[in-house]
Design a protein around this ligand. Sequence first.
Ligand code: SF4
Length: 442
Amino acid sequence: MKKVYLETFGCQMNVSDSERIATTLEADGYQITSDEDSAEVILFNTCSVREKAEHKLYTRIGQVRKTKQNQSALIGVLGCVAQLEGETLFQKSEGIDFVLGTKAVGRISSAIENTSGRHQTYIDLGEREANYEWSVSEKQRHSPYVAFVPIIEGCNKFCTYCIVPFSRGRERSLPASNIIRQVLDLRRQGVKEIHLIGQNVNSYRPKTDTGLENFVGATPFSRLLRAVAATGIERIKFTTSFPRDFHPDIVDAIDENENLCNWVHLPVQSGSDRILKAMRRGHTIENYLRRIDKIRASRRDISLTTDIIVGFPGETIEDFQDTVKLAEYCQFDMYYMFKYSPRPGTPAFELPDDVSPKTKTERFLELEQVLKRSQFNSLQKELNKTVKVLAEGFSSRTNDILSGHLASHKIVNFEAGKELLGQIVNVKITECKSNTLFGKIV
Ligand code: SF4
């Protein structure tokens, strides 16, 4: 039985793809190992969102090739970098045996067979198989209690700074009946929380209505949310939502169904219409704020999180101040913030990167203050409340402390024994630090 070591870079979608790659390998008689030195096949499932992630891949391949034990191991590069670079990867980094694109990962076993003992490279950037199996074996899930369920792959939006539409191709929604079957299976296996995932989940548009016929909703996505809620699984989260396609009915679906979690991740990227247009985001601040007002008016106290880029080409001090104002208005509960860095292969790469590194850093720090404050205020609101936490694992520091999420996706650490793992428990919040809550079991 050949041993395979699989390392994953990047987002939830990549983690989810890796779970399926491991599931396929396991079914074909391979053994997944966490020890790269004993592996006969070493796989890197790669991320291309930032150039840095791509460079990390080349460093890792170099490291692996230097260790004596790995001299004869096969090395395969999979996923986004593989799709974008194709044949050129063999020149860019020595020692790669095969390259599999984002949609070819289901053919991982053939790639290994085609390169084993043949001293020749192999490449497959082809389309996904019609009968591609989307479900993941229990053993290969990243958590026994939380599962990712892809509902849409690819992206049609072509934001000017983003490489994803080139690495993951056009949007394709999975049939609702397939998604619902997976959720029912996961529920039977004891999974408590599922994350419906995709680059833009709310752009969900399946070819047929099969599986959604009995559900009402203004868009196929809000019908899907109601259909998944009807499976009775305890918690449903979804990410990422695209502002232009965010229909107010999604909030109504959350209001109606307690198991649809009170968390919406809605990346705004900038508070300036001028910059949004240059980013080709397809939404304006006015229509973004209309959505925020609807979310904030929910009876469920929906946690609102976002992504923001500072220092996009052409961003003036006024544009930046508009972003600060927007952040003050929205009072985001959590955020991811990035300094713009040009990504080769994207339209924005052709624009002059004219905000200096110093200014980018200053703007980053100024905006961070505002976002940190609203995040802290949001966490403080939980103080002295008794909240429901899914005990997902041990805290990174010690095995006496468990860690998990609220339905609103806030993280809570609390003292408890491992027998509570996998349960949704009542915890009284006693302390709040910059991005984590601490509490005691009640
Ligand atoms: S919506 Fe924009 S930022 Fe998101 S994946 Fe698509 S192109 Fe990239």
